[in-house]
Design a binder for this molecule. Structure first.
Ligand SMILES: *Cc1c(COP(=O)(O)O)cnc(C)c1O
Ligand code: SF4
Length: 338
């Protein structure tokens, strides 16, 4: 492990000091530039490298197959075209009615406040999505409010991204207050990977904002491997849990990263150590550039069966796929449903 003492740096300075140069990342991890740099640069032209030092600190130096590294290091395989792997696999461009708004699911409404993420995950289905063109400004709040009011079924707003926790506490608080003013809303969900990649983001002020909201807050973090959950990260997550915030995890099944029952079982156990409940295990969205993370349905089925056999039911994440145009995530049981 590389020790950066990231625990002592505030999250904003960590966020403004991300690693974006593949050569620096390879250097830090003592990996061969000759072998990896050219491919990394090529792939980074399509989707930039972006990773916090705190996350790199959880990687093992000298290991090109480190499961955390594989999620963030651009790879030349991303530049290959593969049949069925497209730029907008979920058809979100169509569903996008107005700035920042995505309403596909009956009671839940997705609000994108920023296109920025603290980390660029190579398999992300949003790697080609033009968020920058479609973010709500303060003036857009009136329209968003009217939209929510015109849809009485909506009782939950999901802040998604980009990553909403890259915003500062003042902005988070402002948007939460706006949402709180709508009586029909009961739940506020936040989808974020920041607590995993910059655990210091979970600061006292954020905890207090979430804890004191009228809305019931559910934070869904995104961790794919137990090695992402070192003691400090778990400590930060458990602070949220102690503040009565429901913390769930979603993971993506990724070839080379967590495509074995053993790794997935360890992930669930480690999450539970921190008081976090496994929620979803997504199969990969078929996004252009992510083909090398894909596994065959029958392999996934086998892995998942073994996970089921080795964990208590409450620690088994639901295996799901997102299908364009469907009204909810589709659970997968057995190969036939793939
Ligand atoms: C996944 C998703 C949700 C939330 O779905 P849950 O099954 O409630 O977690 C809401 N809106 C969109 C567009 C989504 O992709
Ligand atoms: S943090 Fe989430 S939205 Fe951002 S790149 Fe990773 S998977 Fe995609």
């Amino acid at each position: 492990m590389i020790n950066y003492l990231y625990q002592e740096q505030n999250w904003q300075s960590q966020l403004s000091d991300l690693i974006t140069d593949p050569a620096e990342l390879l250097d830090l991890l003592q990996l061969s530039q000759d072998e990896f740099l050219e491919g990394a640069k090529l792939a980074a032209e399509q989707f930039k490298l972006r990773v916090p030092r705190a996350f790199v600190g959880k990687m093992k130096a000298g290991d090109p197959f480190d499961p955390l590294l594989l999620q963030v290091l651009p790879h030349h395989l991303e530049t290959e075209d593969h049949e069925g792997f497209v730029t907008d696999p979920l058809g979100e461009e169509q569903a996008n009615q107005q700035p920042g708004v995505l309403h596909k699911y009956k009671s839940r409404f997705l609000l994108t406040l920023t296109g920025a993420c603290a980390v660029h995950c190579r398999y992300c289905f949003r790697r080609h999505f033009p968020y920058q063109e479609n973010l709500p400004k303060n003036e857009d709040w009136l329209n968003i409010q009217q939209y929510i009011q015109s849809q009485p079924d909506i009782n939950e707003v999901i802040l998604s991204g980009g990553d909403p926790l890259t915003l500062n506490n003042r902005k988070i608080k402002l948007w939460i207050e706006r949402l709180e003013s709508l009586p029909q809303l009961k739940f506020l969900r936040i989808h974020s990977r920041v607590p995993i990649v910059i655990p210091n983001r979970v600061d006292e002020e954020l905890i207090s904002i979430l804890k004191n909201s009228r809305l019931r807050v559910i934070l869904v973090v995104h961790s794919n491997h137990a090695l992402e959950l070192d003691d400090f990260t778990c400590h930060q997550l458990s602070k949220l849990v102690k503040a009565q915030i429901t913390v769930l995890n979603q993971a993506v099944l990724l070839k080379g990263v967590n495509d074995s029952a053993d790794v997935l079982v360890k992930l669930s156990s480690r999450l539970f150590d921190a008081g976090v409940m496994p929620y979803y295990l997504h199969v990969l969205d078929k996004v252009k550039g992510a083909h090398h993370f894909d596994r065959l349905p029958q392999d996934i089925d086998e892995i998942y069966k073994e996970v089921l056999a080795n964990l208590p039911g409450y620690l088994v994440p639901k295996l799901v796929r997102e299908i364009a145009g469907e009204k909810n995530k589709t659970p997968l049981f057995g190969v036939s449903t793939f």
